[in-house]
Ligand binder design. Structure first.
Ligand SMILES: C[S@@+](CC[C@H](N)C(=O)[O-])C[C@H]1O[C@@H](n2cnc3c(N)ncnc32)[C@H](O)[C@@H]1O
Length: 247
């Protein structure tokens, strides 16, 4: 695999938005019809700016609380679907773009869910996928620690008082094998889907740990070395734009 381009963690959201938005606006600029977008596992907020593109946004989430908050705070969904990605069935080939951000790590059977997302997409249309990479030091730590410690982290270190309540972060994690850089490459290669855009982003340790951030960075590097570099500490998350195969 080629070397992964990693965004600077401090300006990650700004860069991510700018890169993704301009890519997608450019990609769909010649489309005459209205664009149908599904946000799979939409949660409480949408982090993408599609500029002046003419689109209809459907939000799907298993959590009614998250959808209620979403409509109350953002009111940006044209259609709402309450459903579990593991069991729900939607019509094939109906969306031009599916946006799925930080959801796949929370489902058991992520590959089956990916198969569904691609079924729901029209041929040659786009899946925008954001995932944490399980094969990183942070992914490894998340996989090896109990859920209550994730709630503790969000509540007391990230200082989110509602952490763990219905519809609020954190969510149970499963981290199936496909939720990794290698997993996504293998998946796309075997099905003829094309990765159009890929980059990584690092965990912003200084935002969370302030003056202790350098200590954490050293610890992450150390774990990377102990793992013989099988676990990377250079990035924690991955961003993809994947074009569905023509059939
Ligand atoms: C970490 S949040 C991400 C929310 C949003 N996509 C974002 O990037 O801010 C994960 C979301 O996925 C939803 N989710 C988790 N498992 C799901 C499933 N099996 N089917 C549908 N939604 C699910 C959760 O309810 C939650 O809203």
């Amino acid at each position: 695999m080629e070397r992964l381009e990693v965004l600077d963690s401090r300006s990650r959201w700004k860069l991510q938005r700018a890169i993704l938005s301009s890519f997608l606006i450019d990609y769909f600029s010649s489309t005459q019809e209205r664009i149908h977008v599904l946000e799979a596992g939409c949660g409480t907020a949408w982090n993408l700016d599609l500029g002046t593109l003419d689109f209809v946004l459907t939000g799907l989430d298993v959590s009614e609380e998250a959808l209620e908050l979403r409509q109350h705070q953002q009111n940006d969904l044209d259609e709402i679907v309450v459903g579990d990605l593991q069991t729900i069935e939607l019509s094939d080939a109906q969306y031009d773009m599916i946006y799925c951000s930080y959801v796949l790590e929370h489902v058991s059977g992520a590959e089956e869910v990916l198969n569904k997302l691609f079924r729901w997409l029209k041929p040659n249309r786009l899946l925008v996928l954001l995932i944490p990479d399980r094969d990183t030091v942070l992914g490894f730590i998340t996989r090896c620690t109990p859920f209550w410690s994730h709630v503790f982290f969000y509540k007391y270190i990230r200082r989110l008082p509602n952490a763990g309540k219905p519809g609020q972060v954190p969510f149970q994690t499963y981290y199936d094998k496909v939720v990794s850089r290698r997993g996504i490459h293998d998946y796309c290669r075997s099905r003829g889907h094309k990765i159009l855009l890929e980059y990584g982003h690092a965990f912003n340790s200084s935002r969370t740990f302030g003056v202790f951030a350098p200590l954490l960075d050293i610890l992450l590097k150390l774990i990377e070395l102990i793992s013989f570099r099988r676990l990377s500490s250079d990035h924690s998350g991955l961003v993809y734009v994947i074009e569905k195969s023509p059939q």
